[in-house]
Ligand binder design. Structure first.
Ligand code: ADP
Length: 548
């Protein structure tokens, strides 16, 4: 059917509706004229017409053919439109001239031809159609009726009426078309604006959803699919069906309900999104109602839906919380020795003023303060080792001669073992080459195990065992100490964890040593293994690949 209305370049802008009106007029008006012609033909209407019956029949017949053709075959091109208009003008001209006369109601149909010409060919079309009518009037007066004064008067009145109506019609149409053109421009600008916004939204790393007032998702970006780990379209789904959210107590939260009560922008990070496989991520959600300018001017509460921006903050939140907890634990751990040291030293100051205080009493007090300061120094050492490991400082690898390292450690700790009546032994395989690792990290780990073993062993000794086979170097520190219970074995790598065992509590310690060691092991690409039996001793071991 006729529905591909073209907009000719240089022509006027017309809507499919206007074109349809023209199309139907092109069929029905000729039918009215033909019927009138037939009535004249059969003398039912008696008017004086200046053409014989054959001529009348021919005009009507052609008109019928042309109007049917025009109704069913869409206009193909500019030339096609021009040809059709010329044919219509010729037919209408002959009809007015030979059948009805110009000063008849049928002259009004010329007006429609003018509109048609204007619609397809703008001002130029209108001008031509108007001139054609003036020409027709001139022919009618000058040649057809031999300058009859009466006919001339009638024709001129018809001409003036047609001209006035056509000018009025055209100016109304024109102003409407200008408005339409402006509207089209605004619409094009809006589309451009929309495209720009959509490009930005699509390139955002944050997930963006736009939902309507009923909670149905209308727009979403690629990042939302990534975040929700899906390829399915989200359009048309309810936001609560797509986003199954829970709070920290695992209770379900309906985002739609939350949205309905928001008045401004809300930002929160206390909700979790659960995937189908049970995994949960923590979301940072920003949502707000979308208000259009219309409702804003009305100052009403109504809006056009909601916009939701989401970000996965699981990692940053857990890091942040971990850091906060760490700072609070550290300040607590530091406070105790500082308070004891400070209290003891101010006591010593008071004691020194007192004549009854013996030298030994002062010495004891100073020793207590000294122990606490040593403890603080150890803690600071452990903390700086931890921070080095976390910042990745000193993790540049080098070839480390294992035998040399083993002897160095043995020499370093023999004294402190001997001081506790313990023997510190070396058990090395005959063939030991080297490992490629950060020297600082490896030494720090081994020292940690050795000092712990010496610290937590009352009798017997500690053995440094290093074996090499199949390209792997196996390090192990074995002691005959107090041992670690099964339940403690699960916790000793936690930061600040110290066993509740009274024998542990007899010794000073920060609870950071093994936590740091585990971090270092991770940096070195290995894992610490513990085997221990309460009261029988413990073994801490790990393996590293042999250097190439
Ligand atoms: P610290 O030794 O400063 O308390 P660590 O992190 O080095 O802290 O060790 C954590 C806990 O693990 C210790 O408090 C102790 O209870 C236990 N532990 C570590 N090494 C040994 C060991 N060789 N024998 C027995 N217990 C140990």
């Amino acid at each position: 059917m006729y529905n591909n209305h073209k907009m000719y370049k240089g022509g006027s802008i017309y809507s499919p509706r206007t074109a349809n009106v023209i199309r139907y007029s092109g069929l029905f008006i000729p039918i009215v004229l033909i019927t009138y012609g037939v009535l004249i033909q059969f003398d039912i209407i008696r008017i004086q017409h200046t053409i014989d019956n054959v001529g009348l029949f021919l005009i009507c017949f052609w008109w019928l053919l042309v109007s049917i053709f025009q109704f069913f075959i869409p206009i193909q091109s500019r030339i096609d439109a021009a040809l059709r208009l010329i044919t219509y003008h010729l037919l209408a001209g002959s009809y007015l001239l030979f059948v009805s006369g110009i000063a008849s109601p049928f002259a009004g149909f010329w007006l429609l031809l003018m509109i048609g010409s204007y619609v397809f060919f703008s001002e130029r079309g209108l001008q031509l159609s108007t001139f054609a009518f003036i020409f027709l009037v001139a022919v009618d007066i000058l040649f057809w009726h031999n300058i009859s004064a009466v006919i001339a008067a009638y024709d001129l009145v018809a001409l003036v009426v047609i001209l006035i109506i056509s000018i009025v019609t055209m100016s109304v149409t024109r102003s409407q078309e200008v408005t339409k053109e402006t509207l089209n421009q605004i619409k094009a600008q809006e589309l451009l604006q929309r495209d720009r916004v959509m490009t930005i939204v699509n390139n955002m790393t944050d997930a963006v959803l736009s939902v309507d007032t009923a909670g149905i998702i209308r727009v979403y970006n690629a990042a939302s699919l990534n975040l929700l780990d899906t390829n399915d379209s989200l359009n048309g789904h309810h936001v609560d069906e797509i986003l199954s959210l829970t709070n920290k107590d695992n209770a379900e939260v309906s985002l739609y309900k939350e949205l309905q009560v928001v008045k401004t922008v809300i930002k929160r990070d206390d909700l979790y999104y659960g995937f189908d496989d049970g995994e949960k991520i923590r979301l940072e959600l920003t949502y707000s109602p979308i208000r259009n300018s219309f409702s804003r001017t009305k100052k009403s509460e109504s809006h056009d839906g909601y916009i939701i921006i989401m970000r996965d903050v699981t990692k940053s939140k857990s890091l942040e919380e971990e850091r906060d907890e760490f700072i609070s634990v550290i300040s607590h751990e530091l406070r105790t020795p500082i308070t004891i040291a400070e209290g003891t030293i101010s006591n010593v100051q008071v004691m020194m003023e007192h004549p009854d205080i013996t030298h030994d009493m002062l010495k004891d007090a100073v020793n207590v303060a000294h122990d606490q300061i040593i403890f603080l120094a150890n803690m600071v050492n452990d903390l700086s080792a931890l921070s080095r490991a976390e910042r990745g400082v000193a993790d540049s690898a080098e070839d480390i001669d294992i035998k040399e390292l083993a002897h160095k450690l043995h020499d370093k700790y023999s004294e402190s073992a001997k001081a506790k009546d313990l023997h510190l032994d070396l058990d090395l395989s005959a063939k030991l080459t080297s490992v490629h690792a950060s020297r600082l990290y490896l030494e720090e780990m081994l020292q940690n195990f050795i000092t712990n073993s010496i610290k937590y062993t009352k009798k017997g000794g500690v053995k440094i065992i290093i074996k090499q086979s199949a390209g792997e170097v196996f390090f192990s520190i074995k002691d005959t100490g107090i041992g670690i219970s099964k339940s403690d074995q699960a916790k000793i790598f936690h930061k600040f964890y110290r066993s509740e065992d009274y024998r542990t509590r007899e010794t000073g310690g920060t609870g950071l040593g093994l936590y740091v060691a585990a971090k270092l092991a991770h940096k070195l690409g290995t894992k610490i293994d513990v085997t221990s039996r309460l009261n029988f001793g413990s073994t801490f071991s790990f393996t590293l690949p042999e250097a190439k």
